[in-house]
Design a protein around this ligand. Structure first.
Ligand SMILES: *Cc1c(COP(=O)(O)O)cnc(C)c1O
Length: 433
């Protein structure tokens, strides 16, 4: 598909496609603007592109009321997203507005007094935060006339794309590293699209997809996290909006976010900034913390070394959903952590498992390995005095533990196996009397 890129200010002329308040794409590095299209890199400086908006004018009260009257999913924020106004009426999976769990038991255990919350995105349609980003990318795919939806995935994205494509009536063909968890593979295959395992790690899969986009084989394909990446990324802003709305239109003081490519973290920051600009929340300081597994910690390593560039790593961790050795948004994550006074930290696989079980034991929330990474880092940073226990803190659980059972199956088994008799139960010694 041929796409005209037009340099210069494009906001004065109406965009060629209807993606609601989205006005143009703009380069994060040099600021050059381009017409809305399936583009991801600046034609002048190769910097990443992001969506620029004509954001709603009018009073914050009006906008707040309009949002609160909207549906109980991400489409309540349609005025702030690159989607057409009638998006809620189209066939899609309506993700979002997941629970913000006030985690008092966990807070007590960790010594947090300022209020601890878990934003539990396992409640999304395919049980991870990826439904948010895919829902936005589907609208862009429809607008640009793509007939096949695709992605390079660490697991959760493949399932989210498969499901969203099924619902939208699009074809799908998704690519994953061949050695993912069984739960992720089945979740990606069950929706009936093509699922291709690549012999290599995520970074190999991603490189393969970039080649496919440039080849006639990939013509008419919308890769949600490659040529639709600017739109895809905007879906993560809805986490920022929901958290603030659920806190009573207030910014959290501290938030801990897992890092794979770093897109989610950078867009949550963008979401907070927009809410401040629109007057929907009071403008006050917040700190953003990034979480990685030690076996794939390129951003954490750069943060600790004081570097601006992120040196790629070869991933080796049970947190496969976060196993991106060469994270595209790594440098922006470093900027945000430093600008807000946050940090980037990593934990061992053993600490990941402990944190999964800690969250389950204290709050009844069973997170996937990425959730274990995030809570593990939170605990480590509280103990190090970096996260202030007296301030309001939000921790993300971005996926469902049922997809990564292997992480805890060795240590989560039946307490006892007995004959069906009271004598046998008494003999097992499980009760005091
Ligand atoms: C993809 C993913 C993330 C973060 O992804 P980014 O590439 O950093 O946006 C976090 N948690 C889970 C479970 C994921 O699948």
């Amino acid at each position: 598909m041929a796409v005209q890129t037009v340099a210069g200010n494009t906001t004065s002329s109406a965009p060629a496609v209807d993606l609601g308040p989205a006005a143009a794409l703009s380069c994060r590095e040099c600021g050059e603007r381009f017409e809305l299209g399936p583009l991801f890199a600046c034609a002048s400086c190769f910097g990443p592109l992001e969506v620029a908006y004509d954001l709603p004018t009018g009073s914050p009260e009006e906008l707040r009321k309009r949002i609160e009257a909207g549906p109980d999913n991400i489409w309540r924020y349609a005025p702030l997203l690159p989607v057409p106004a009638d998006v809620a009426e189209k066939p899609n999976l309506n993700p979002g507005f997941t629970k913000l769990v006030k985690a008092d038991n966990l807070a007590r255990e960790l010594g947090v007094t300022g209020g601890l919350y878990v934003k539990d995105d396992s409640g999304n349609p395919t049980h991870s935060f990826k439904d948010r980003v895919v829902a936005i990318a589907v609208e862009a795919a429809r607008a640009f006339g793509f007939t096949t939806l695709s992605c390079s995935s660490t697991g959760n994205l493949a399932g989210a794309v498969g499901a969203a494509a099924a619902r939208a009536g699009l074809r799908s063909c998704v690519f994953i590293p061949h050695d993912l968890e069984q739960g992720k593979v089945v979740m990606a295959a069950v929706y009936g699209g093509e699922l291709v395992g690549i012999e290599g790690n995520y970074d190999d899969v991603n490189r393969f997809c970039s080649e496919l986009i440039g080849d006639p084989l990939g013509e008419g394909w919308g890769f949600v996290n490659v040529n639709l990446r600017p739109y895809y990324g905007e879906g993560s802003k809805t986490l920022a909006y929901e958290i603030c709305e659920q806190l009573g239109w207030r910014l959290p003081d501290q938030i801990v976010i897992p890092i794979a490519s770093g897109s989610q973290l950078t867009k949550i920051d963008k979401g907070f900034q927009e809410l401040i600009k629109l007057g929907l929340v009071e403008d006050r300081a917040y700190k953003i913390f990034g979480a990685q597994a030690e076996g794939c910690s390129p951003v954490s390593a750069a943060f600790k070394a004081g570097h601006d560039v992120v040196r790629p790593q070869k991933p080796n961790t049970i947190a496969k959903s976060l196993a991106i050795g060469n994270p595209a948004d790594g440098p922006y994550v470093l900027d945000i952590a430093r600008r807000t006074g946050g940090a980037v930290e990593d934990v061992t696989d053993e600490q990941v498992v402990d944190a999964i079980k800690l969250l389950a034991r204290t709050e009844g929330v069973f997170g996937e390995t990425a959730g274990g990474v995030t809570l593990g880092v939170t605990k480590k940073l509280i103990e190090a005095g970096v996260i202030d226990p007296a301030l309001t803190t939000v921790v993300l659980n971005t996926g469902d533990g049922l997809k990564t059972l292997d992480a805890v199956s060795a240590t989560s088994q039946a307490t006892a196996t007995i004959k069906p008799s009271l004598d046998a139960f008494r003999a097992a010694g499980l009760v005091a009397n």
